[in-house]
Design a protein around this ligand. Sequence first.
Ligand SMILES: [Zn+2]
Length: 326
Amino acid sequence: MKTSRFKKMLLVAALTLPTSLLALPVAQIKTQAPGYYRMMLGNFEITALLDGTATLSMDSLLQGASVETIKRLLAAQSLSTQVETPINTYLVNTGTHLILVDTGAGSLFGDAGGHLLANLRASGYSPEQIDTVLLTHIHSDHIGGLSSNGKPTFVNATVYVNKKDADHWLDPANLAQSKGEAHSGFQQAIDALQPIVSAGKLKTFNGETQLFPGITAIPAAGHTPGHTLYQFEDSGQKLLAWGDLVHSTAVQMTQPEVTISFDWKGAEAEKSREKILRDAALNHEWIAGAHHAFPGIGHVMRVANKDNHPAYQWIPANYSLAGLKP
Ligand SMILES: [Zn+2]
């Protein structure tokens, strides 16, 4: 009797102590879920694969709107001017081909990129299984994962790129004439692509080209000379992997006329973006974008005009498990 009363007193005492004195340390894990997300497009299996995230200073990189406007549009999405921007790639299993759209940054962005292979494996595939790589364009965050130490990463893959981009980025004269950041861009392009060229695995195309049944390359120049979108179509469903058509979802969907300093020719990039956004909203096809919040898959909706310009909204895909059921 005495002991149980004593226990009760202890319990009362414990319950009245501040919780901070009772709490035992619990180690925090601080890792993210593996970077892959899967959906079906007819009989095509689409897997979004994250390569990493890079923080971009949108107030200094975006052009064609005042800093005030850029800040306001970012704030409307609870973002500051420093936007953690994903590097998304896409794996398409058609049943007969395993196709990777873009290859991430490899080692070029330090730890901010280069996680594609880990996420590919986490998603159930290995790099040797990939038979085709489609490049939207030749920029470090899309080609960095192509080779490592002078050897192709995807040893069984043929790499496709628009001839205009290959001609521009692999031209030794452009490398020789350029300086600073531009020079590094040309050097990185040569370093990443030369092993593919040497292996006889680089294939170029001109203009709109059907590469495989249900897979079409659609040039949309401006960001680079041969910036290209890839449309996947099966059983009446379409998905457009649009590469770098949009870098800032918060700003460029509302104001498509806003360009980014990475653009080769801003005015052309703007024209391409306006046309593709208009078509995407009309067709209501799936979009997969390299720099929209992971998995970067969604739809485009046209909203009210702004100053006589059409404005758009990005509608991210609704997370789905049911969509993968046979
Ligand atoms: Zn990019």
